[in-house]
Write a protein that binds this ligand. Structure first.
Ligand code: ADE
Ligand code: ZN
Length: 329
């Protein structure tokens, strides 16, 4: 079976986290920035644990300084992602890394990303939508301008609001102002939870922030009543197995709860999170799911249908992408 050619949907990526190390090194050289300590001797990103990963991630982001940098990044990422069969991708983008939360600057960065997304759609046949993201460990106040940027630019490209970053910073309810602002503007919501925080964090995220999807969510496996609530509410989990393995949120591929979650009746999807950081691609994720759990084409078709139904996009896009998931005649 060729896993690469299966048409795929990916709901959980971080745009900056998709930047290959060589791309970031190139920008650093252009700008004469010394960020050599974030790379290992093979030129890959080097981090010890999740907190260090976040520091390395932010250091890499210091090289992304202009709309043009984001235009180039978006093009490079979409070309690479499309090569793995992804026909529809959603990506988290943070106003904090695009002009520091300033709305006018954000609109310029956004225009550059949209320009690249349009060009990549025509060239590589991949559709991209953006989810504006607050960075949790920057605090509840810093998430407010991000939510305002989301509310003011909700439309054809920006189709959701979410939160990433250090999950153990504060409780979900501390961020309800931002999520309320985004919801009132009509944006569907997602939030990272249960990557580190266990079932209580997932439960509070669902109840206090009113999200339709949860980023990771794997910690929910330890609470059966919570699983019932997730199923009843139709919450979709954006599961990123390779990320969880590399960051040691789980003990290894064999120990990953994605199958248990799915078999319990939870809607699961598969994504790469930050592929070059975790030495993964969508093809590699599918290969590992096949090798570890015996997943076959039917399993992959089912998760892609779940993902398409949960995608934060308009109905025309959903119908167009559905056609691309159909097997070639
Ligand atoms: N930002 C980028 N990747 C992330 C992850 N896996 N968890 C939380 N925040 C992130
Ligand atoms: Zn993530």
């Amino acid at each position: 079976m060729s896993f690469q050619s299966i048409p795929k949907i990916e709901l959980h990526t971080h745009l900056e986290g998709c930047a290959p190390p060589s791309f970031i090194r190139g920008l650093a050289a252009e700008k004469k920035l010394d960020i050599s300590k974030i790379f290992d001797r093979n030129g890959g990103y080097a981090f010890r644990d999740f907190d260090h990963f976040l520091q390395v991630y932010e250091a890499a982001c210091t090289t992304l300084q202009s709309p043009e940098d984001f235009r180039r990044l978006t093009m490079a990422v979409l070309e690479e992602t499309a090569a793995h069969g992804v026909v529809y991708m959603e990506t988290f983008v943070s106003p904090d890394f695009c002009g520091g939360g300033d709305l006018a600057a954000w609109k310029e960065y956004l225009a550059a990303m949209v320009e690249a997304a349009d060009e990549a759609e025509a060239k590589f046949g991949i559709t991209l939508k953006g989810i504006v993201t607050g960075i949790r460990h920057f605090g509840p106040e810093a998430c407010k301008p991000a939510a305002k940027c989301a509310a003011e630019t909700f439309g054809d490209f920006i189709t959701g609001y979410g939160m990433a970053g250090g999950e153990m910073a504060g409780r979900p309810a501390d961020f309800s102002y931002s999520f309320d602002m985004a919801r009132e503007a009509g944006l569907p919501l997602t939030c990272h939870a249960g990557e580190w925080g266990g079932p209580a964090m997932v439960a509070e995220t669902i109840r206090d922030l009113g999200v339709a999807r949860v980023g990771h969510g794997i910690g929910a496996i330890d609470d059966h009543a919570l699983l019932d609530e997730i199923i009843e509410r139709g919450i979709v989990l954006e599961v990123c197995p390779g990320s969880n393995v590399v960051l040691k949120a789980v003990g290894g591929w064999d120990a990953h709860p994605i199958v248990k979650l799915r078999d319990a009746g939870v809607k699961v999807t598969v994504s790469t999170d930050d592929p070059p950081f975790f030495h993964t691609t969508m093809t590699a994720e599918y290969e590992m799911l096949h090798r570890t759990f015996g997943w076959s084409e039917d399993d992959f078709r089912a998760i892609n249908e779940t993902a398409l139904a949960a995608a934060f996009c308009d109905e025309d896009t959903r119908a167009r992408v559905a056609k691309r998931l159909e097997p070639a005649q």
